[in-house]
Design a protein around this ligand. Sequence first.
Ligand code: M6R
Length: 364
Amino acid sequence: DKAGHKHFMAKEIAEQPGVIGDALRHYLNEDGATLNLPQAGLDFKAYDRLTMVACGTAYYACLTAKYWFEQLAGMPVEVDIASEFRYREPPVSDRTAALFVSQSGETADTLAALRYCEGKATKILSVVNVPESSIARESDVALPIFAGTEIGVASTKAFTCQLTVLLLLALKAASDRGEIEATKLKEVLSRLRAIPAVLNTALETNDDFRKAASRLANSDNALFLGRGLMYPLALEGALKLKEISYIHAEAYASGELKHGPIALIDKEMPVVVMAPQDALFGKTVSNMQEVMAREGKVILITDPPGAEAAGEDTWMTLVLPQVDPVLTPIVYAIPAQLLAYHTAVAKGTDVDQPRNLAKSVTVE
Ligand code: M6R
């Protein structure tokens, strides 16, 4: 049942404020100010490092979480693609916690990577949407994300629920390791509790993205740029776009632009720049100007102060609500999804069942 939406993907995008609210209700105490993560033996003081492994969109959720674990909890983190990790046979010490992220909980490579860590890592954790799945069953601690059934092949609400649970875990790590004060933790949690309302506001940009997509749909290629926490979001935006609109899209860390991809810029090349006004904003704006100086078509996705600072020379500027920089990945998932969705609709592709793809990749 698409609940009045044209596609499951549109329904699942719209469900995000609600399901993130469900996850927050589950993982926060009733006071809303303290974490409720009593899972047996889960104490990040006991580990020297965290190894995170996943595929596709879940891998991008892990890349985002790396910034959170490092910045909030001072914890060394490695992130790997499951199909690489399992065959590289990396050393895993007994002071390592291994964390596997999977919507389906059945992805063959992620499950194989988990089995590789059995008996090596101190703790096997997973963040899954399907609590009865193989990955959940084979973990020491499985944390459900409460996204509800996701039908669209392009992952949307599972991604933002993964981000939410991973941020809560990073905050737990920060608290276990004495890296965050109780008042600061309370402040971040209260801002996180406001995220469903912020997402509702972000979803009101739907028509702006429909218009932007009707122009983007005429391109054969697109680049996505982001810095810091926006780099994994740029990767996710490019993946969404190629999966469902079949436009060739690549993402780069903004600082990598001049190390190669700038050669691709001409007046035919749309460049999606994801850049809320944060500490790194000025650097990203200068990358954007390098694109514009070569006639590249910049689609800037930012917040009101960012739009003001960037001026009017972009091809398009799309404005989202301003939030605490630490929470921007959850909010900027919305434009990544809406841009891909409306571009696919404009092109007339099969949004929910894109060619060659399966919802759950249970074979290598
Ligand atoms: O079920 P999983 O989260 O393990 O799936 C991982 C990927 O196959 C999945 O995220 C895929 O990349 C999606 N089609 C992305 O939209």
